[in-house]
Design a protein around this ligand. Structure first.
Ligand code: ASP
Length: 441
């Protein structure tokens, strides 16, 4: 009898483990809310499960950021070789990311998703607005006088600056840097694996934290989360339809409508997979088959973008950082805003193009400005829904950059760009055939 029960439990467990992680987290959130509402104040007993999860995330931040940033920067070895195009892409990517996060902050400021979530009344998360340091001091402080101390005390901005500088130096010393790069690549892989392992705990951590929050505040908690979803989707739509259209028509004198038609397949793949790395083959195909970008450009600019360009992720971090600040009643100073822009822009270099990576990087942005990491767990329950939208922006941003840079390098076939879908396919076919003919066997 008990054997039967244990095998039924085993089956239930393996069925649960085969559910995709995002769905497990979502279930954790829903069950947490149900438990919180039914247990009321008692639900605070479940909070330690959430705290344990938050602590394991904190454990990841410094080594993950340090290693993945170095790998991100050193992966641009080709950039040095390709000089001008690399420089253009890097500049373009950083500027658009900074604009995306500013837009996210703007939308978050207007929609106020965290307003009316009085979490700051809870004794453990009372925070007082910090005394604003002067801008000069903030700028001076981003360079660590002792990088080891910065790593040990978790001074994220300083860690980022040191990691980027070290990455550049490793690229500049060429072959001498290779062994160290290998070590960092292997450590970064290990950190990705560890992140994977920690994220498996997310459903339970989210359950504990949501139970605590719902127990203390009831289901009124849900409306702000819906507002976060609205704010992120609105920001993403504005960035794609407004900003990217403007960039395409102003800088490249191209019709944005043709562009969006050409990349619709890649957008659909990005939305459903939530992975820009996974969407790369579809993006490559769109760039050469529908947009008329020369493969020489797309095969360099697109993989680089997939690694370092995350406009959607940055935008989402802007909205969610504001949500957390509002929910915990913390007033941000404008130095904090600038710090968020700077951190999220640099952090996007180290964000992997896989589902959920932005959530881990959000912990980095929050801790830089001293916002409570409990906020990450609140967002985690709805993160997949947000991930779908931000990945579409990430992928579209890479394709905008590729198209604009191709145009500036005279590597864009405008007849192909302006052709309708069927004509495009014919031109792509002809190009492929002529490639075969010109390639020596
Ligand atoms: N899923 C995103 C991407 O692949 C990264 C993120 O989680 O923000 O682009």
């Amino acid at each position: 009898m008990s054997k039967q029960r244990s095998s039924a439990l085993g089956r239930a467990w393996s069925a649960w483990m085969s559910v995709p992680l995002w769905l497990q987290i979502f279930v954790g959130m829903v069950l947490g809310i149900v438990a919180g509402v039914s247990l009321g104040e008692q639900a605070v007993l479940l909070k330690p499960i959430g705290t344990l999860f938050v602590n394991t995330i904190k454990m990841l931040i410094v080594p993950l950021v340090f290693c993945s940033l170095i790998v991100g920067v050193t992966s641009m070895e080709d950039t040095a070789k390709m000089g001008r195009i690399g420089f253009k892409s890097f500049g373009f990517y950083l500027c658009t990311t900074a604009i995306a996060i500013s837009l996210g902050l703007g939308v978050g400021y207007i929609i106020q998703p965290g307003a009316g979530v009085p979490l700051m009344q809870h004794e453990e998360v009372v925070q007082t607005a910090k005394e604003a340091p002067s801008v000069m001091q903030t700028l001076i402080d981003i360079v660590p006088t002792n990088p080891v101390a910065a790593l040990a005390s978790g001074q994220i901005l300083q860690v980022i600056v040191f990691a980027v500088a070290l990455g550049i130096a490793l690229v500049l010393i060429g072959d001498h840097g290779k062994p160290a790069v290998k070590v960092f690549e292997s450590l970064a892989e290990a950190m990705y694996k560890l992140t994977d392992m920690v994220m498996k705990l997310a459903p339970y951590g989210v359950f504990g934290l949501m139970a605590w929050v719902a127990g203390a505040y009831g289901i009124d908690m849900l409306w702000p989360l819906i507002k976060v979803i609205i704010a992120v989707y609105l920001g993403c739509a504005l960035h794609i339809l407004g900003f990217y259209s403007l960039v395409l028509s102003l800088f490249a004198k191209l019709n944005p409508l043709q562009f969006f038609k050409g990349i619709s397949n890649a957008m659909a793949v990005a939305f459903t997979t939530s992975s820009s790395a996974g969407t790369l083959p579809a993006s490559m195909k769109c760039a050469s088959e529908y947009l008329g970008v020369n493969k020489k450009i797309s095969s360099f600019v697109l993989p680089l973008g997939t690694t370092i360009n995350m406009d959607g992720t940055a935008l989402y971090q802007g909205v969610t950082a504001l949500f957390v600040a509002q929910a915990f009643g913390i007033d941000l100073t404008w130095v904090d805003y600038l710090t968020i822009i700077l951190t999220a822009t640099l952090a996007s270099i180290g964000t992997a193009g896989v589902p959920g990576a932005g959530l881990v990087m959000l912990t980095l942005v929050l801790s830089t400005v001293g916002l409570p990491l409990e906020g990450v767990a609140l967002i985690a329950g709805i993160d997949r829904i947000l991930d779908m939208a931000r990945t579409v922006v990430n992928v579209s941003g890479d394709l905008v950059a590729t198209t604009v840079i191709a145009k500036s390098e005279d590597e864009l076939d405008e007849d192909h760009y302006n052709a309708d879908m069927e004509q495009s396919m014919v031109i792509a076919q002809q190009n492929a055939e002529s490639d075969m003919e010109t390639k020596p066997l």
